[in-house]
Every structure is written in structure tokens, then in C-alpha cells.
Design a protein around this ligand. Structure first.
Ligand code: B1M
Length: 213
């Protein structure tokens, strides 16, 4: 198998045997984000497909998630880091009812490596928890992540609840269940401040940089 195929396979098979040495090999020719967005994401997509086809069970998908997390943790120190003073504070959360956090945690790594102060509230974050954190932290923006179809709807509810208590800092939204269209047509009308859709973590950084400039 080629190196790319082996990297995707670690994720699909949920195994870490040989993973670190292959990641180090890949780092000789590719950047950490190229490795994540390329073979590792391809592996995750295959896991999603097999799971959808009932060829994998949740426990196996969890093993795959562990491989992805271990890979990101290994690659993190090699990512570009901006040497800047804080560009602003951003609260990140996976919305209520959703446990998927690999994408959100990647967003955290990329934003914090690029000068943002991140408050990561974790998964299954209710609007009430988010509101309490906003009152305490006074963020410059809020980032919501969600991968389930129902999470897109939960983002609308969350936006409404934030608006109801007068919070209007920019809302950055992302995750596989979302689209720009859904964001513009459904989430933005429910919120007083700007609502911006990011298709991936780097796009999220671009948006944050536009907001802070
Ligand atoms: Co779940 N899961 N899962 N799962 N899982 C999906 C999402 C699914 C599409 C798989 C499938 O059926 N094909 C499907 C959703 C169906 C739907 O609603 N449309 C699904 C399902 C059904 C479920 C359960 C309901 C299964 C069950 O229990 N029967 C259950 C739900 C539990 C819950 O949330 N209440 C469940 C559970 C799990 C695991 C726990 C086993 C595990 C998650 C582990 C973890 O996250 N700690 C898991 C996994 C791993 C997946 C897949 C295979 C991979 C997700 C992932 O980590 N991708 C996924 C299928 C898939 O996506 N191909 C699937 C890699 C990650 C880097 O990408 O998170 O998309 P992603 O992030 C991207 C962008 O979306 C974006 O940037 C990242 C890239 O740079 N982004 C943002 C994300 N958030 C952002 C925020 C931003 C900006 C950009 O700004 C704030």
C-alpha cells in the first residue's frame, strides 16, 4: 500500500500499529493539515460510508475516532503557529445532543495556534450553558459545531436563545450537517448578530481573521 493508503487505513481499521512512524514519514513531504485533510479525512469518510452501510458498529467508529485524535495530537506541534498577541476570545461548543468533537477540536487547535484565546465548552452544550459562559467570558465570537442533521436545527434554537438574552457577537457555524444555504436561510434570521458559515477549520480561521481585522 502507498503511504496515503496506509494512513487512511489506520483510521478505517481503527488501529495505531505503525501510525506514528507513517505520520512522521508523511511529514517529510506534506504539512500537518495536508495530512489531516487528505488521507486521514478520506479514511473518516470511508468510516462514515461503512457505518451507514451497517458494516461498522459504533464501537468500531469510536476506535477510528481515537486514531484520528491521536494523529491530530501527534501532528499538532508541527503546525504553523503565529507569534501574535491575542486577536480575540472565541467560545467553541458542539451543540446540544451532539457528541462529535474532532472537527471542533481541530478548529480550536488552528484558532489557538493563530493567536485566538479559545474557551472550549466541549460537547452537548445547551443554550443555557452557552449563555452562562458568554456572560462570564465576554467573547468576541461564538463558534458552534454540529454533525447530525438534528444539530443544524439545534443551531437555530441556540441562535434564538442567544438572541433572546441580547447576545449578538458574531456566530461562526460549521460541521458536516450544515451548509451555507441553511446558515443564511435558517440560522441568520434567528440571530441579531452576523452568522458566518465555515466549511472547514481553515475557512473558520479566515473568517475569524476578517472579523478581528
Ligand atoms: Co457519528 N455520525 N454518530 N460518530 N460519525 C456521522 C456524523 C454520520 C454522518 C455517519 C453516517 O451515518 N454516515 C451520521 C450522521 C447522520 C446524520 O444525522 N446526518 C452519524 C451518526 C448517525 C451517529 C450516531 C447517531 C450513531 C449511533 O449512535 N447510532 C451517534 C450520535 C451520537 C450523538 O452525537 N448524540 C454517532 C456517534 C459517533 C462516534 C461517537 C462513534 C464518533 C464521534 C467521536 C468524536 O467525535 N469524539 C462518530 C464519528 C467519528 C462519525 C464520522 C464517521 C466521522 C466524523 C469526524 O470526526 N470527521 C461521521 C461521518 C463523516 O463525517 N464522514 C459520523 C472528521 C472531522 C475532522 O470532520 O467533524 O466534519 P468534521 O469537521 C470538519 C468540518 O465539518 C468543519 O471543519 C472540519 C474540517 O476541518 N467543522 C467546522 C466542524 N465543526 C466546525 C466548526 C466551525 C468551523 C468548521 O466553526 C465553529
Amino acid at each position: 500500500l502507498s503511504l496515503e493508503e496506509r494512513l487512511a487505513n489506520y483510521v478505517v481499521e481503527g488501529t495505531k500499529d505503525g501510525l506514528i512512524s507513517d505520520l512522521d514519514l508523511a511529514l517529510k513531504t506534506s504539512s500537518p493539515l495536508e495530512i489531516i485533510n487528505g488521507p486521514l479525512m478520506a479514511g473518516m469518510d470511508e468510516v462514515g460510508r461503512l457505518f451507514n452501510d451497517n458494516q461498522l458498529i459504533v464501537a468500531e467508529v469510536l476506535q477510528s475516532a481515537e486514531v484520528m485524535k491521536a494523529s491530530v495530537a501527534h501532528l499538532e506541534p508541527y503546525m504553523d503557529k503565529a507569534d501574535t498577541t491575542s486577536k480575540g476570545k472565541i467560545i467553541l461548543a458542539t451543540v446540544k445532543g451532539d457528541v462529535h468533537d474532532i472537527g471542533k477540536n481541530l478548529v480550536e487547535i488552528i484558532l489557538s495556534n493563530n493567536g485566538y484565546n479559545i474557551v472550549n465548552l466541549g460537547i452537548k452544550v445547551t443554550p443555557e450553558q452557552l449563555i452562562a459562559s458568554c456572560r462570564e467570558e465576554k467573547p468576541d465570537a461564538i463558534g458552534l459545531s454540529g454533525l447530525l442533521v438534528k444539530s443544524a436545527q439545534q443551531m437555530v434554537i441556540t441562535a434564538q436563545d442567544l438572541q433572546a438574552v441580547g447576545i449578538d457577537v458574531p456566530l461562526l457555524v460549521g460541521g458536516a450537517a450544515l451548509s451555507r444555504k441553511f446558515t443564511d436561510n435558517r440560522i441568520a434570521p434567528a440571530y441579531a448578530g452576523p452568522v458566518l458559515y465555515a466549511k472547514d477549520a481553515m475557512h473558520g480561521l479566515d473568517i475569524a481573521n476578517q472579523l478581528s481585522s
